[in-house]
Design a protein around this ligand. Sequence first.
Ligand code: KIV
Length: 278
Amino acid sequence: MTKRVTVPEILAAKGERKLTELTAYDYPTALLADKSGIDMLLVGDSLAMVVLGHEDTLSVGMTEMLHHTLAVSRGASRAMVIGDMPFMSYQASVEQAVLNAGRFMKEARANAVKLEGGARIVPQIRAMVEAGIPVQGHIGLTPQSAAQFGGFKVQGKTAEAAKVLIEDAQALAEAGCFSIVLEAIPSSIAEMVTEAVAVPTIGIGAGPACDGQVLVVHDVLGLFDRFVPRFVKRYAKLDDLVVEALTKYRDEVVQGIFPGPEHCFMISEEEAKKLGKS
Ligand code: KIV
């Protein structure tokens, strides 16, 4: 049986090797990402945008997140599966936060949860860690707070904002997070944050100094082009391949080429004769 990536392994990786994290939302993607040796699979609330077609991440709830996390858990046997806590599943109270985090572990078989925010969500993180739930933090551009930021904007661009980011990261590490996602912040500030905490930082639009990187799988594979942030690198352009394959299928059906004899079930000549068919 494959050994799953653990929290102690992630912690020990800091300064030793770069960590890899990727989003996944379903069973086949989890199987493929696991084969690729990705360390952590995040069932991100980006599900709302790249899979369910919403404008932002706010509309997705616990039901959808648990449903997709369970599918990923079934596909991943090596990668650590991290369930992303959706908007309003942890902000309102510590009790609700712990109960919802517990649902990710119990019902969706996640190995950890992720939540967005700095010092202001430390009470929730402490309570989860006390309950035995591993937590990944997430600061910088936290999409659930995009309305507060005035949109999807790079964070930490002033000295004052950078100091707050460093303090937030330290508060999250102190509260027990085993890693912290840094999203859309200048590379030099991400480097300062990374040096300021003992736990690994995982960057997305935060430059090369982070202890690891995370990207949305649809961006990596070129399957989502509604908008492509500067920090995305496309390693394939599957959308063109998919359209090409689907168009060929459609054409072959219309032209009577598909299905061919090799795709069909036959009866014996003897049975055909009984039916008056030669
Ligand atoms: O939901 C998500 O995909 C995320 C990553 C961008 C870190 O939070």
